[in-house]
Write a protein that binds this ligand. Structure first.
Ligand code: FES
Ligand code: FES
Length: 169
């Protein structure tokens, strides 16, 4: 039984780095990422697990960090929105969102980027229904979603053309 004031060292692998945080055992992954590891890209957009703004990849699978106990994820590979591209670069997915207006106020964008990356990593040529299904756990108050679907379509196109360029060179 843990006293509520008890803190433990949590060891987490985040964005390819071994990180440590001194936190109570019941602390949520989202709070550890934001408060202890200064990774503030993941957002808290609701209080009922309904918005997807807090999503991170856990072993490649989109996971709501707002309802995940950090201590339970110490053997996992965690990727936050900060870790999806090398510093100073953008992935095709990020470029798609910028160009197609899939990001407006930007609050939902980290969660959408995570969900889109997970989709395209497992299925590089999704149908429109696949895209809708993969993004159905993410809410956006600004875009009306059409620009987001267009962002994903553009990301797919860009990924294909960069693969073709790589084959030709
Ligand atoms: S903060 Fe809304 S689902 Fe996690
Ligand atoms: S861009 Fe504002 S909530 Fe989605």
């Amino acid at each position: 039984m843990h006293n509520s004031a008890t803190k433990e060292i949590l060891r987490l692998k985040v964005n390819g780095e071994e990180r440590e945080a001194l936190a109570p055992p019941h602390k949520l992954l989202l709070d550890v990422l934001r408060e202890d590891l200064a990774l503030t890209g993941s957002k808290r957009g609701c209080d009922d697990s309904s918005c997807g703004c807090c999503a991170v990849l856990v072993d490649g699978v989109p996971t709501l960090a707002c309802v995940a106990l950090a201590a339970s994820y110490q053997d996992c590979e965690i990727t936050t929105v900060e870790g999806i591209a090398a510093p100073g670069t953008l992935t095709a997915v990020q470029e798609g969102y910028v160009e197609a207006g899939g990001t407006q106020c930007g609050f939902c964008t980290p969660g959408f980027l995570i969900a889109t990356k997970a989709l395209l990593d497992r299925n590089p040529e999704p149908t429109p229904d696949d895209i809708r299904e993969a993004l159905s756990s993410n809410l956006c108050r600004c875009t009306g979603y059409m620009q987001i679907y267009e962002s994903v379509r553009l990301a797919i196109e860009r990924t294909k053309s960069s693969q073709l360029d790589a084959v030709r060179s």
